[in-house]
Design a protein around this ligand. Sequence first.
Ligand code: PLP
Length: 346
Amino acid sequence: MPIQGYPDPGEGLRLHLNENTGGCSARVLDAIRRVQTADVSTYPSYPSVVRACARHFDVDPDWVLLTNGLDEGILMAAVGHIARTRAFDAETIIPLPAFDPYPNSTAAVGATAIRIPPEPGFVFQTEAVIRAITPRTRMIFLNTPNNPTGQLISIADLKRIATAAPHAIVLIDEAYIEFGGETFLPELSKCPNVLVGRTFSKAYGLAGMRVGIVIGQPTALDAVRAVTLPFNVNAVAMAATHAALEDHDFLPRYAAQVAESRARLYAACRGLGLEFWESAANFVLVRVGDAVPLFVEALASRRVHVRDRSRDQSTPGCIRITAGITEHTDAAIDALESVVAGRRLR
Ligand SMILES: Cc1ncc(COP(=O)(O)O)c(C=O)c1O
């Protein structure tokens, strides 16, 4: 078995995990420095952070469940809605390409993943998802903007799917919604079978703290709450989350950098003749063709780490590049240009 987690790529620009390349708010670091002995020696208390999140997302506190990263929220949703029911024939629906924890959580609870292959251009396939719904469907994993394509699913399409599967839970993963697109949250009061997943890892730069949120009506959320461990998020992460929510300037500033970085990446790809997909998230999927691992290695040797997506059959020949602070993007573009030029010379 490999060592736990992803290997550290070493020195250089981390553009391979869609993290915030500018770090977190200074207010978060101050809050972490102010952590007291009692915060460390006692079990964490969640109500005040839950209330702050509820205010921020404009929902009732009963609709909020804090999780150890959204990763945990995804797994617990599957445990709560599938494993707990002991249904032997449960299915989940997963449009491709998809974030690995959807099939992994499906497998963990012994369900069968019904995968919807992508269309050219990665246009979201609402009809194919609706056609795949059966009485056995327990969960539908929808991700908008999608990782790794950056494509959005419209609110109308999300509603159609939720309405077509009243017996199933629709998990709308909005991990990257702060960078583009429209949140489903205002629709949630009309959708008792929908859960919305959010994270502090991306836009807020708290990936190392591990804080996610699952939001939904008690009809959908209580089953997840029932299986989630009582002290799943640590006290330091709670202090960090509070401070992140209080810094109102941080998010718009960073989102503007991301938008500019995406535009620079598109221009660079156009110049280099590389196919790419315009993205609503903090990354861009680029097709570099054959020999992606060699390409990724050549970028890494220039201290730029990007994600090899070529092993996923839905994204052949592709890499995914995080778009963050513009200076970092410019450095990545320089490296990209020199690798492409080097390959053309051979
Ligand atoms: C689509 C998607 N959902 C959820 C997550 C998980 O985020 P977290 O760091 O909160 O576990 C990620 C992280 O990469 C992601 O890409």
